[in-house]
Design a protein around this ligand. Structure first.
Ligand code: GRF
Length: 207
């Protein structure tokens, strides 16, 4: 059984999609061991509590410097002995040591079709603002493994979403969540839980 730790910063709708998928059997052979937030007020922690999932909190603000935080964060994650770490709207940069230790065991959901509208500083609503500015007709979401770069790791799943003429960033964000993020994140977890994702030469092969 795959033990999952989900890292969150905000509302946790992607966390909810994972919880629902475990409850209704879209994800099998996996269990959420804990939810870790860098924000004590994150609604995601409420969602975890409601389902009896351990909620934990750690923020860089509690530490003198980044190195101390990175060390403590890694220790905390290790304490839950995860097989898979899911970044579901987690706004903290993952320490290099953690990426090394959990190579191809950390996944992230990004609300665009990578390599469009991604990289440093491109997160949240900004992603959708940029997509609308550029005038793309199709956007979407991507689940990928986390490597040392920003949004550069091996791509696991992508789902396209149509852009509509009257879209605002907020409307597009919601559609990308509903039609893409909440589907492909649970799907990717289920594939990993069943040993169906292999990484070869920096690319994934879905078995
Ligand atoms: C999502 O758009 C996700 O793609 C991005 O952050 C947002 C998190 O939303 N990385 P939520 O907290 O899961 O509702």
């Amino acid at each position: 059984m795959l033990r999952i730790v989900v890292c969150v910063s905000g509302g946790g709708t992607n966390l909810q999609a994972i919880i629902d998928a475990v409850e209704n059997g879209i994800i099998t052979n996996a269990k959420i061991g804990a939810v870790i937030s860098n924000n004590a007020n994150a609604y995601a922690l409420e969602r975890a509590k409601k389902y009896g999932i351990a909620g934990d909190c750690i923020s860089p603000k509690q530490f003198e410097d980044r190195e101390s935080f990175n060390h403590a964060f890694l220790e905390k994650v290790n304490s839950y002995e995860p097989d898979l770490i899911v970044l579901a709207g987690f706004l903290v940069v993952i320490p290099g040591q953690m990426i090394q230790k959990y190579r191809n065991q950390i996944i992230n959901i990004h609300p665009s079709l990578i390599p469009s509208f991604c990289g440093t500083g491109c997160y949240g609503l900004k992603v959708h603002e940029k997509a609308l500015e550029r005038g793309v007709k199709v956007t979407g979401a991507t689940v990928h493994f986390v490597d040392e770069g920003t949004d550069t790791g091996p791509i696991i799943l992508q789902q396209p979403v149509m852009v509509e003429p009257e879209d605002t960033p907020e409307i597009l964000q919601r559609r990308v969540m509903e039609q893409a993020e909440w589907k492909i994140l649970p799907q990717a977890i289920n594939l990993i839980a069943h040993g169906k994702v292999k990484v070869v030469n920096g690319k994934t092969i879905i078995l």
